[in-house]
Design a binder for this molecule. Structure first.
Ligand code: MN
Length: 228
């Protein structure tokens, strides 16, 4: 076997609940505007339009519990989302087989440089600079679906410094978890290690250094993340 010419990049991994094992990450897909109330607050349509996705970098996931306020933005927003971790994948996955590919669920945050995103939207440019920056996806423990079942309903909530900022129910998702998996697999070849962030309820807003975010999804571990 050939040697690598440089040191191999580190495998990004997320801790699994009730175990000292880790979930290795391959890709991150994020869906936009998947809760009607959030779609409206972002100036969009609350109806079931064709879903759209963007990607973060795998190493943007961060289980440390700290979020460093990023450079070149003065308006960084929290977006609480449920993360769906896949244990297998494929192309053109039928809707009724989609859940068979889910390894588990975690609470996560899709941190966003909103000012840079607004500028990118106006200019018709890509979103990476606003979405796929360092440590932009804080994440909690992954809970195996074999223990939780399919998390199709339950409260999703984000508190900042003890005050509720975002709240909703997983059953308010416009595109459900199996639909997201099936749809994505028509455009990408999904595989073990892929993580899907499933959209945020309304109430997104700015954070500042020192804020304590507490993200929770009913039935799995919550995650406290401090802005540093
Ligand atoms: Mn989001």
């Amino acid at each position: 076997m050939s040697k690598f010419v440089i040191e191999t990049p580190k495998i990004v991994a997320v801790p699994v609940s009730g175990s000292d094992a880790l979930f290795p990450v391959r890709r991150i897909y994020c869906i936009g505007r998947n809760y009607a109330a959030h779609s409206v607050e972002m100036g969009g349509d609350p109806n079931r339009e064709t879903p759209f996705f963007f990607q973060k970098n795998p190493d943007n996931l961060d289980a440390s519990g700290e979020f460093p306020y990023p450079a070149h933005s003065t308006n960084v927003h929290h977006e609480i989302e449920m993360a769906v971790a896949l244990k297998s994948g494929g192309s053109n996955i039928p809707l009724d087989q989609a859940l068979e590919h889910v390894y588990g669920y975690a609470v996560s945050l899709d941190m966003t440089r909103r000012d840079l995103q607004d500028r990118a939207k106006k200019q018709g440019r890509p979103w990476e600079i606003s979405k796929a920056f360092e440590r932009s996806a804080p994440i909690g423990l992954i809970h195996p679906a074999s223990e939780t079942g399919y998390l199709s309903e339950g409260r999703i909530e984000l508190k900042v410094n003890g005050e509720v900022r975002q709240e909703g129910d997983l059953n308010q998702m416009i595109w459900k978890v199996p639909e997201m998996i099936s749809y994505l697999s028509e455009y990408f070849e999904l595989a073990a290690g892929d993580v899907i962030l499933s959209g945020t309820p309304s109430g997104v807003g700015a954070v500042k250094v020192g804020d304590r975010m507490e993200a929770s999804v009913e039935g799995i571990s919550s995650k406290v993340v401090t802005v540093i």
